[in-house]
Design a protein around this ligand. Structure first.
Ligand SMILES: [Zn+2]
Length: 300
């Protein structure tokens, strides 16, 4: 395998038998051969599903559903510029031991009486049903096994972009062997394990918070506070399959990057919109509204 490094985004990719002179992440031509660094082998690989056809069809469909207001330069982009990359990531799991407190609200109804005055100025008593909430304190302990947290160890594809392409079906994961990745581009592990561990931990704590909120009894709750201790942490280096589509559609604009999950075909990215197309779209809608009002007014 030969390693190439991008002078623009910093990604280092190893591959053989794949042809490219530009960086697959940022389309920079400043993509040069460099000596291969000694890299730890990943523990597991989530393999690519089938071939590039799946990615191509997903991308075509996705672009098709967004071209009405898309920048016209984008439609000239070639889907052949799709690149398959095994992206380095860490798979994290842990036991989360949480102590929490909250105020739990229970609703009840009450009948109350009130005085009204009728038209003649005479006052009388009426009744109505009102809903009230009673709060009681709740404290407890919650034990949760957090699994399948994936964070990017790539400099080419930051975690915020990889996380949009999640999830992967980890039941399809294989133990790493060099044969699994031969013929594919593979990025080197370029973020420190410690950095990825703390990113994983905060993703795990988010999961704990979501679970706690779902799990609260009563009709409503307030003042939920919790404190989590994690133990039995594991952090495994893995490779995940991603298709990247980078297109420079205007010289004065940042290239557009669309990321496709190489297992499920899920497409993520933002299509640049054309300001004048949006303006025409709004003008057409306003014209239809005006015409409708005119017609309705003419009928009465
Ligand atoms: Zn690059």
């Amino acid at each position: 395998m030969t390693t190439f490094a991008c002078g623009h985004c910093g990604a280092a990719l190893a591959f053989e038998g794949v042809r490219t002179e530009i960086c697959p992440y940022c389309a920079s031509p400043n993509f040069v051969e460099r000596p291969t660094s000694s890299q730890p082998d990943p523990d597991f690989v989530v393999p690519f599903a089938r071939d590039s056809e799946l990615a191509r069809r997903s991308l075509d469909r996705w672009l098709g559903s967004r071209t009405l207001f898309a920048d016209p330069a984008l439609r000239a982009a070639k889907v052949e510029d799709l690149r398959a990359i095994y992206v380095p990531a860490y798979l994290y799991s842990a036991v989360a031991n949480t102590e929490y407190t909250a105020q739990i609200g229970e609703n009840y109804t009450e009948t109350e009486t009130y005085r009204v005055k009728d038209a003649g100025g005479k006052s009388r008593t009426e009744t109505r049903t009102v809903t009230r909430t009673e709060y009681r304190p709740l404290a407890g302990r919650h034990l949760q096994y957090v699994t399948d947290v994936i964070v990017s160890a790539s400099v080419g594809l930051p975690n915020r972009e990889l996380s949009r392409a999640l999830p992967f079906d980890l039941k399809q994961m294989h133990r790493f062997s060099p044969a699994l990745i031969s013929g594919w581009m593979t990025e080197e592990f370029s973020r420190a394990a410690d950095e990825c561990r703390s990113a994983s931990r905060s993703a795990a704590l988010d999961q704990v918070g979501q679970r706690l909120r779902r799990f609260m009894p009563g009709d409503s709750f307030s003042d939920l506070a919790w404190n989590t201790r994690v133990s039995w942490e594991s952090l495994d280096p893995i490779l995940v399959p991603v298709w990247v589509f980078v297109v420079t559609y205007r010289d004065d604009k940042q290239p557009l990057r669309i990321v496709i999950n190489g297992q499920t075909g899920k497409v993520t990215g933002k299509v640049p919109l054309s300001p004048w197309k949006i303006a025409i779209g709004i003008a057409v809608v306003l014209a239809i509204v005006a015409a409708t009002i005119y017609l309705l007014a003419g009928r009465t």
